[in-house]
Write a protein that binds this ligand. Structure first.
Ligand SMILES: Cc1cc2nc3c(=O)[nH]c(=O)nc-3n(C[C@H](O)[C@H](O)[C@H](O)COP(=O)(O)O)c2cc1C
Length: 186
């Protein structure tokens, strides 16, 4: 099964991206995790769909997401919510009305922050959107990665062993979640 990993930060040295890259390396054999880039998506404007002239970046993104069996969101917290770049990608995938690419796809959330509460606000704002998008969101383990500035070595590799172990367990749990919530998989 294929899993899209969406990263909610465009920052060069993003802790979220480094965390996402670590997750990718922990995928069990039955899963392929791929980071799908969202930084070049034009801002969502419903006129594009209503006029039948959506930007090519939107249609390419929608088509690509449809190919995946599940989605893992790895995101920082901006002002206690989800960064605009990630919300924009979610909004684009959710339209035109009735053609959402998210519906029914199992999802999971990892929030990442240098702060102590690990992006809890972003994590739960995002959960609210996933309810509306009809994406079964993995409940446990919850992933609030705090103190992110101290988890990586000079090369950007996650060096904190207990966080590595936690992320390994997280991906393993997501594999089970994906199987349990994917209609076509027995
Ligand atoms: C616009 C903005 C808002 C932010 N708001 C929060 C916040 O609400 N909570 C938090 O823990 N960190 C906040 N931060 C700090 C980010 O957690 C920090 O910049 C982090 O490194 C961003 O994630 P990244 O490393 O993946 O780019 C904010 C940063 C920016 C730029």
């Amino acid at each position: 099964m294929k899993v899209a990993v969406l990263v909610g930060s465009l920052r060069r040295e993003s802790f979220s991206r480094k965390t996402a890259k670590t997750l990718v390396t922990f995928a069990p054999e039955s899963l392929t995790l791929e980071i799908v880039e969202i930084g070049d998506l034009p801002l969502y404007n419903q006129d594009g769909d209503d006029d039948g002239k959506p930007p090519i970046e939107w249609t390419t993104f929608r088509k690509r997401i449809k190919e995946y069996d599940g989605v893992i969101f790895v995101t920082p917290e901006y002002n206690r919510s989800v960064p605009a770049v990630l919300k924009n990608a979610i909004d684009i995938g959710s339209r035109p009305y009735g053609q959402s690419v998210w519906a029914g796809k199992p999802g999971a959330i990892v929030s990442v922050s240098p702060g102590a509460i690990g992006g809890f606000g972003a994590n739960h704002h995002l959960r609210q959107s996933l309810v509306f998008l009809d994406m079964p969101a993995m409940q446990q383990p919850e992933a609030y990665i705090g103190g992110a500035a101290n988890l990586f070595d000079a090369e950007g590799k996650m060096s904190n062993e207990s966080t590595r172990e936690f992320l390994r367990k997280f991906v393993t749990a997501f594999e089970v979640w994906l199987r349990t919530n994917t209609a076509s998989v027995s």
